[in-house]
Design a protein around this ligand. Structure first.
Ligand code: SF4
Length: 295
């Protein structure tokens, strides 16, 4: 199943957002429940109505914008759950609306398993997180949201996503330390650390967020003591040869094939089939220097 844009507005203004501003300016009418139902029903009859990851049939991602701002959010979640029984659904969210206990409880009731919420945390406190999110108070709401989901939605799979770029990389070990202190039972949630994608606002804000793999690998190395304490830890979008050897088992092949490239050095690499390669836009922006074939 593909990525499905559930709603095109957002209450954060993240500096590395992969959407262009034109997305939020679209008429939201097309994202209302009636339109979403029409689209999914056409998809289930075999029509190609979705773009990204359209060829994937084993999971659905509800993206945005911020899906929780959808005026018919709970009906939308219930509808997708009912029409896709057994298919894992992941809601990508900034987590802020779950700071409201009633909202979190209603979501927990509608999001029957297999259902996951992937919540982005940008830093260990408001100074880093709110600067990335572009909204004062976002950190406090996101953390309360995480707390509520852990308390009120025991059947939900919870993923905390930390996106590495120039504005988050220095604080990264402290971000993990914050999670370990605030949410010490690491069997209750998973952590995914993502090298940022160059698209939309992150491309526009390249000077502010641009980060190359040597810098993100150094941050991963520094955070090894914290990383080892998480039960379920993953790395997205990292070529295997650019991370410390002990972290390679955590790397996942994450992006659609058309968004990845394998430069010539990869032809000699014994790890290629398990490696995401380079993000196409990363290769265009930074080149392929530093990749090395693994045995
Ligand atoms: S050389 Fe290419 S295939 Fe091998 S680990 Fe590096 S990026 Fe991946």
């Amino acid at each position: 199943m593909p990525d499905i844009a559930a709603w095109n507005k957002c209450d954060n203004r993240c500096v590395m957002c992969t959407n262009a501003p034109s997305f939020a300016l679209q008429d939201s009418g097309q994202y209302r429940l009636k339109g979403q139902i029409g689209k999914l029903e056409r998809y289930l009859r075999g029509a190609r109505v979705y773009g990204k990851n359209a060829d994937k049939s084993d999971y659905v991602s509800l993206t945005g914008g911020e899906p929780t701002l959808h005026p018919e959010f709970f009906q939308l979640v219930s509808y997708f759950r009912r029409r896709l029984p057994g298919t894992p659904i992941t809601l990508l969210s900034n987590g802020r609306r779950f700071a409201d206990r009633k909202f979190a409880a209603r979501f927990a009731a509608a999001a029957r398993p297999p259902f996951a919420a992937a919540i982005a945390l940008h830093g260990p406190g408001p100074r880093v997180h709110d600067a990335v999110a572009g909204v004062r108070g976002a950190f406090s709401q996101t953390v309360r949201g995480l707390r509520n989901l852990l308390r009120l939605a025991p059947e939900l799979r919870l993923d905390v996503r930390v996106i590495l770029h120039k504005k988050t990389v220095a604080a990264f070990p402290r971000t993990l330390a914050f999670l370990l202190k605030e949410f010490p039972d690491t069997s209750r949630y998973a952590v995914a650390v993502i090298h940022y994608e160059i698209e939309g606002m992150s491309e526009t804000n390249h000077r502010e967020v641009g980060l190359e793999f040597p810098a993100s690998a150094a941050a991963l190395r520094k955070a090894l003591p914290q990383i080892r304490r998480f039960r379920n830890f993953s790395l997205y979008h990292f070529p295997l040869c650019r991370v410390p050897a002990e972290l390679r088992p955590f790397c996942r092949v994450t992006l659609p094939r058309e968004e990845r490239v394998y430069p010539p050095v990869c032809r000699r690499c014994g790890a290629r089939k398990d490696c995401v390669g380079l993000m196409r836009e990363y290769a265009r922006k930074f080149g392929a220097a530093g990749l090395r074939a693994l045995p």
